[in-house]
Design a binder for this molecule. Structure first.
Ligand SMILES: Nc1ncnc2c1ncn2[C@@H]1O[C@H](COP(=O)(O)OP(=O)(O)OP(=O)(O)O)[C@@H](O)[C@H]1O
Length: 141
């Protein structure tokens, strides 16, 4: 779903369009961006829930440091791809509005494809890391 005009500030507040004046202000807007994507994008909430489950499994199985490194790469790849997907959707909607455009479709579909590729990468990493633990569990029951 596009992050659209529903996100406008109340008219009494003057929206900021000039540069941030401090690191704290930049950080505040960046954190607001993270919260906006979590709030508006169902897929992002799904990715975060999946990441929490994978982290729980990692703690439960007691996986090693290098495995944690790969898990971190996988999780951050998916989250970064979802952020980029949301950026592309917003810019496309800003440019074309409600009208259909072939290039708008290309941009949105390719942006979504980048998230899909990152998610497949994460699943492959998960299978490689957890496969021995799952076989061990199955063989001891
Ligand atoms: N202006 C447009 N012109 C052409 N095709 C469009 C346009 N807007 C959306 N689409 C098509 O509709 C699909 C869904 O668009 P939408 O903006 O709803 O994405 P979304 O639901 O936010 O996607 P996601 O599931 O990644 O969050 C796009 O992937 C694209 O194929």
């Amino acid at each position: 779903m596009p992050l659209d005009s529903r996100d406008k500030q109340p008219t009494s507040v003057q929206p900021q369009i000039d540069k941030n004046h401090s690191f704290r202000q930049s950080l505040g807007h960046a954190a607001g961006g993270v919260w906006l994507v979590i709030k508006k994008e169902r897929n992002m909430r799904f990715h975060l829930l999946t990441a929490a489950i994978v982290i729980g499994l990692g703690l439960w199985f007691g996986i090693g440091r290098s495995d944690w490194l790969w898990i971190a790469v996988a999780i951050f790849s998916v989250i970064t791809a979802e952020f980029l997907n949301t950026i592309v959707e917003s810019i496309v909607d800003l440019v074309v509005g409600k009208s259909y455009h072939r290039l708008a479709k290309t941009a949105k579909d390719v942006a979504a494809a980048s998230t899909l590729v990152a998610a497949v990468f994460a699943v492959v990493i998960g299978l490689i890391i957890f496969e021995p633990y799952i076989w061990f569990m199955l063989s001891t029951h």
